[in-house]
Write a protein that binds this ligand. Structure first.
Ligand code: GLY
Length: 400
């Protein structure tokens, strides 16, 4: 039985759903798919489901090579999700009839000069302290693995467990799996959360209708803080962090140009080259605090190509097929906000920042648990939204 939202203005009330997911990016879709698999009636509101940051992201599953100081708690969740990936893509590909482009290819993180090498040594030490597997290689050993690397490469870390997936194909597969699982789609925006009697009751949609739901999941990526009607203390502290990304094509005559993901820190910026089996080579990414701007700039493209050329000189021979910018949904501690909020009936699945693609499997499972039991699984509890509010989160009632 669905709660109905309080009507306001001239909105029309439509039939509701047990669960309304606001946002049809990969996080919203995996939540919807997993919830539908548990028998819930799910609707996703999004003008263009399957879009969002996944259309720009490179798809590195880089729990080990993207380890940062102070993010050890996040590391546990990242590793849990990375471990789920092979079974997750197998199940998703079976359920959707589509491939995801998952490649268990590993990653090589390299250093171009002595400063970079010192930085990489630090990362290696942090990885070892964290019990992670990575192997230090000389420059010569790096080039033996990846002959296109510049002769100036001074050393590197081979991380055999950091793989990749194609986020565009992942999004398409999740969309198809949702459709097959009976998830309904409202191809419009959600404008306002409706609240009645101290609980979330649905949303006012961009087409003027009011959609009632027992539970609302806010999974709108960097836009999550912009939904009207949220109690001010529960507005998720999520901000957009711009990333410019290039796509090049490796002609068959040049293949294999690179056999695994190659990354480096060049002039303080994170650079990565992600080679797909179909010849696409993704080069990313800038990290810019520019608000909602998604302009691709000459400077952004120049810096990426300049740094990529330093790392792999032959890259300038390749056709440049696409330039694009997306917005990472960043939270104050770079970790996601998952599960019930202090407002009964409202859950969050947002703030995944650099790790949205990696965290997709574990997010889907955690949100399905939260929607069906009212509680997050143990591994996801540190990521409850209540960590950013003074009030303790109030767990919602069990759905009827
Ligand atoms: N995880 C890669 C990025 O955010 O650029």
């Amino acid at each position: 039985m669905c709660a109905s939202g309080n009507t306001s203005g001239a909105s029309r009330r439509t039939a509701g759903s047990e669960v309304l997911v606001i946002g049809g990016g990969i996080i919203g879709l995996v939540t919807a798919w997993r919830a539908a698999q548990r028998g819930l009636t799910v609707t996703v509101a999004d003008p263009a489901p399957g879009g969002g940051a996944a259309q720009v992201a490179a798809g590195m599953l880089a729990a080990v090579t993207e380890l940062h100081y102070g993010e050890q708690m996040l590391l546990g969740l990242n590793l849990a999700s990375a471990a789920r990936y092979p079974a997750f893509v197998e199940e998703l590909e079976e359920a959707s009839g589509r491939e995801t482009g998952f490649r268990a290819c590993g990653t090589l993180a390299v250093a171009l000069d002595s400063d970079d090498r010192a930085h990489l040594r630090e990362l290696h030490a942090l990885q070892e302290r964290s019990g992670l597997e990575s192997v230090w290689l000389s420059g010569r050993e790096c080039r033996r693995l990846e002959p296109m690397l510049a002769p100036s490469v001074r050393g590197g870390l081979r991380v055999d467990g950091d793989h990749q997936v194609d986020p565009r194909r992942l999004a398409a597969a999740l969309l198809a799996a949702c459709e097959r699982a009976g998830v309904a789609f409202r191809r419009t925006t959600a404008e306002r959360l409706t609240v009645d009697g101290g609980r979330a009751t649905g949303a006012l949609l961009g087409d003027g209708t009011e959609f009632g739901a027992d539970q609302v999941v806010l999974a709108a990526g960097s836009l999550s803080g912009r939904l009207a009607g949220l109690p001010p203390e529960l507005v998720p502290p999520v901000r957009p962090v711009k990333g410019q990304v290039l796509r090049l094509t490796v002609p068959p005559a040049y293949a294999p140009f690179l056999s695994r993901t190659v990354r480096a820190v060049v002039r303080g910026g994170h650079l990565y080259l992600v080679p797909r089996e179909n010849g696409e080579l993704v080069v990313g990414a800038t990290s810019e605090e520019m608000g909602w701007d998604t302009t691709v700039t000459a400077g952004g493209v120049y810096e990426l190509l300049r740094d990529a050329h330093e790392l792999v000189p032959g890259i300038t021979e390749l056709p440049l097929t696409e330039t694009r910018a997306g917005l990472r949904p960043a939270s104050p501690d770079n970790a996601p906000l998952l599960g019930p909020t202090a407002l009964p009936g409202l859950l969050l699945a947002t703030g995944h920042h650099r790790n949205g693609v990696l965290l997709t499997p574990v997010t889907g499972d955690a949100m399905a648990d939260a929607l069906t039991t009212g509680e997050l699984p143990e591994a996801a509890r540190p990521f409850a939204p209540g960590r950013f509010t003074t009030a303790a989160p109030v767990l919602q009632e069990q759905p009827v």
